[in-house]
Design a protein around this ligand. Structure first.
Ligand SMILES: Nc1ncnc2c1ncn2[C@@H]1O[C@H](COP(=O)(O)OP(=O)(O)OP(=O)(O)O)[C@@H](O)[C@H]1O
Length: 294
């Protein structure tokens, strides 16, 4: 029998009024795994993340962390061990990098309101520890030199990495990244790929939503493809990119072409980063509507 997954979504459906955004979507994330979630615009990827993190209460189905059903309360889900970043960066722009990470750390602190009011020894030690851990995390994500910089003054790629540091400050078992490389240049994208490998090395399992399929296929152990709110295909990158349904609904090109692109991407990355990380153009249906990846 296989081990209990660190995160399991069981037949999750989400209906908004008359729109079924997700229909019976299941997912198994094993310890130490990096799982990619791909699919055309509007497929339901972010809605699924919102269900996994308690922001939405699924219409049917549930989400389990190490076998325990998670509550539909984002703060409680964070404390349980699921952290996330957002498609649109959500930092505190007028706080420093260090302060932003410390906000994440505070979800782990045990002092009650009285301790913080009187700033007793336990509170002061907790603050010191939170500051030290936050500094470590800034180093870990490659922002060791910008502790005191206001978040709003950081370059875009650094803001995305700061969000990851803040999520890691909650000591998650599972990290969900919603389009972590959106807007990044090729070098930043490659640095993010290496950062995600490093995060996995620390024992955190990762789920990544991305439109850049070369990034996903060269990063993930397992890929799930959502189309129109349904799980179309899942499996290893090799299996997924060769599946005719994925090619038709999403990739729009033959598997050997995709495989060659991924191989070239990995080779270039090994030699200091790809020259260009192109995000595929949308597939359009016969009416000209976008149906494919960005
Ligand atoms: N709060 C909401 N209320 C009503 N409809 C919603 C809500 N959130 C999402 N939807 C709808 O659910 C569908 C799935 O949207 P979702 O944002 O999850 O897709 P996505 O795969 O993340 O897309 P993208 O790649 O463009 O980010 C869309 O039709 C969207 O309009």
């Amino acid at each position: 029998m296989s081990a209990t997954p660190v995160l399991a979504a069981n037949s999750v459906s989400m209906v908004f009024g008359g729109l079924t955004a997700l229909s019976n979507v299941s997912l198994r994330l094993q310890e130490g795994q990096i799982l990619g979630l791909i699919g055309p615009n509007g497929a339901g990827k972010t809605t699924f993340f919102n269900c996994l993190t308690g922001l939405y209460s699924p219409t049917t189905g549930n989400v389990q962390l190490r076998g325990q059903v998670l509550p539909t309360d984002p703060a409680a889900v964070t404390v349980a061990g699921v952290a996330r970043t957002f498609q649109n960066i959500r930092l505190f722009p007028s706080m420093t990098s260090l302060e932003n990470v410390m906000v994440g750390r505070h979800s782990r602190m045990k002092q009650g309101p009285l301790a913080s009011l009187f700033h007793g020894p336990a509170y002061l030690k907790g603050e010191r520890d939170a500051r030290d851990r936050s500094r470590e995390l800034l180093e870990f994500v490659g922002l060791g030199t910008v502790h005191d910089e206001l978040a709003r003054n950081l370059p875009y790629g650094d803001q995305r990495r700061l969000e990851i540091a803040r999520a890691l400050a909650t000591d998650p078992k599972v990290l969900l990244l919603d389009e972590p490389t959106a807007g990044m240049n090729p070098q930043e994208t490659e640095a993010t790929r290496q950062l995600i490998f490093a995060i996995r090395e620390t024992g955190v399992a990762v789920v990544v939503i991305e439109h850049d399929t070369k990034f996903i296929f060269s990063l993930c152990d397992h890929v799930s493809v959502l189309v129109q709110g349904q799980l179309l295909v899942e499996g290893t990158p090799d299996v997924v990119r060769a599946d005719p349904r994925v090619i038709e609904a999403y990739l729009g090109k033959p598997p050997d072409e995709v495989e060659a692109e991924v191989r070239q991407y990995a080779e270039e990355a090994a030699h200091g980063g790809p020259e260009s990380t192109q995000v595929m153009q949308p597939i359009r249906d016969q009416d000209g509507h976008e149906g494919g990846n960005r």
